[in-house]
Design a protein around this ligand. Structure first.
Ligand SMILES: [Zn+2]
Length: 249
């Protein structure tokens, strides 16, 4: 995960239809019916093609959570705060309603690969202190979410890599709580396909480092420059797993 910046222009589907749609949901909840289901939310609006393209661009073509890049139309627009209902852990039941009033909020959307979205995160939204949750008051001000949103905070303050292995940061002798919850919720250290992809990228990077060492030994300026340029690409935000290459313990 790397820190992301969201473009400030609200996509037209949200700007045009979002406020009215959200008002309808709020009205329904206030009338006593907050048993929302996914079909109560308009996918056409929150996952409109132009909006999705904007998120992909803001995220350098990568999943916000795992930093994989599969090319083409590989993922989905995901609600950070789940819209219909939420779970505080994988084993706990779905609690309704969720954050329905944020279903069309630009700040609540990110782009995620299908695996992170549907296999791991799903409706998970634990808080560091559950008492801070105020769904009935539709107020999120006191919440400290367990799962890091890379648009809101810098993931490298919570996560760190030892080679291709991701870990919570150590803060004063203790694991960073958000780091731990993020890793567990998204399966960042369980998803074998993801771990293999990270390991392959890491090994590739180490081989190129070795090539640089050789270039220096034979003192080939041309080769040093070429290999250094390749290495630098790995740390650029648009490279898969750049968060791993730039955030080693
Ligand atoms: Zn992912």
């Amino acid at each position: 995960m790397i820190k992301l910046e969201k473009s400030t222009t609200i996509p037209s589907s949200l700007a045009t239809y979002g406020p009215e749609k959200a008002a309808g949901l709020i009205k329904r909840a206030d009338s006593g019916d907050s048993d929302f289901k996914s079909e109560d939310f308009s996918h056409k609006i929150y996952a409109d093609a132009q909006l999705k393209a904007q998120l992909i661009e803001d995220q350098h073509g990568k999943c916000a959570y795992c930093e994989r890049k599969k090319g083409g139309d590989f993922g989905a627009v995901e609600h950070y705060r789940p819209k219909a209902g939420y779970q505080v852990s994988t084993k706990s039941k779905l609690i309704k309603p969720g954050y329905y009033w944020l279903a069309y909020e630009w700040n609540n959307l990110l782009y995620s690969c299908d695996e992170c979205n549907t296999t791991y995160k799903r409706n998970l939204f634990p808080l560091l202190d559950e008492n801070a949750r105020n769904i009935s008051g539709r107020n999120i001000d006191a919440e400290v979410p367990g799962i890091i949103n890379p648009y809101f905070s810098n993931p490298s303050e919570h996560l760190v890599f030892n080679q291709y292995v991701v870990k919570p940061r150590n803060v004063g002798g203790q694991e960073d709580k958000q780091g731990r919850i993020t890793i567990d919720s998204l399966g960042l250290d369980k998803n074998q396909g993801l771990i293999n992809d990270r390991r392959n990228a890491w090994e590739e990077y180490k081989n190129i480092e070795l090539a640089l060492k050789i270039a220096k030994e034979i003192n080939s300026q041309e080769m040093i420059e070429a290999v250094s340029n390749i290495l630098a690409e790995y740390t650029s935000p648009s490279h898969e797993f750049s968060g791993m290459f730039t955030n080693q313990e």
